[in-house]
Design a binder for this molecule. Sequence first.
Ligand SMILES: [Zn+2]
Length: 344
Amino acid sequence: MTTTRPRLAPSRSQKRTMLSPLAAISRRVAHGFSRGGREFDHELAFLHHSPVTLPLLLTLLAAAPAGAWHGNGHHRATVLAVKALPNDLPAFFRDGTPTIAHCSLDPDLFTRPIAPEALHKAESPEHYIDLEILKGAPLPPLRYDLLAWCAKNDVKPYKLGLLPYAVVESTQRLAVCFAEYRKWPHNPAVKTKTLVYAGLLAHYAEDLTMPLHTTIHYNGRVKPGRAPAKTGIHQNVDALLGKLPKDVRIHLDPTALKPFSGDLFTAVLAELNASHALVDKVYDLEAAGAIPAYESPLDPTGPAADFARDRLRAAAAFTARLFLTAWQDSAKITLPDWHKRPAD
Ligand SMILES: [Zn+2]
């Protein structure tokens, strides 16, 4: 453990001169993965003017982290969530921790540059919501009611984002899987797909706890009348969870790990608002030079590490509570008689 104070961040021009050409390309490729590949269209335009060979590009793409909370952050949060679950859930679920954590990275595969355009365009908005665009209008509980609001108010759903709906609908998909498990507890296919669906839910839940996935200021403060900012803060914050020491201890209060009672959409909005409330804190940390550049290590004693631990805890706790909610709600689902599984 180092006790050094976080160094002041270099200026943007300093950063430019500090990066090697390869690091600069890697940074820009990685940057393009932010927010479900949202910025990739613009960020990769530079490749048309750069002497980057295809093998080099493929190598960089393979190395580039994806989406919010880069892959190792999602993996960490998901493992923490499953391990913290009380014994209410069936043992196969806890035993499936590696599969759930593996699948928690997958929604970012469904965005660019890996996914073709149709899938990318549909999937990308599932990873964020820019709450300021609503201008105070309440989010309706149903996805298509929001789409109707967008049409009426000339808002592009792709710009606004649909993250809370991805969280709610993924929780309900998992509840249906659990309902099948309750009926066919020995069916291996039901168990396997339950782990996959849980991993997908974990991704969206964890994205929601990343403050920059809730705001128009997702990659730098947006100034009125100006084009969206692209300071690179997004990927620097995305990388924080994965930079925490491997032996970091995150304590989740077992008494707080309960399923959500009442309306699920309301519970998701509460977590969304809590995450959004931290946007200013993120920018305060940046202004204080506390958030390390993408290529730099994290001072485990500094304020950015405190922030990362808080967000890792929030991501894991929220995910665990959604798993518990899906299990709880699955008991209320009655599978119709016509629904059979041939193997049973
Ligand atoms: Zn994501």
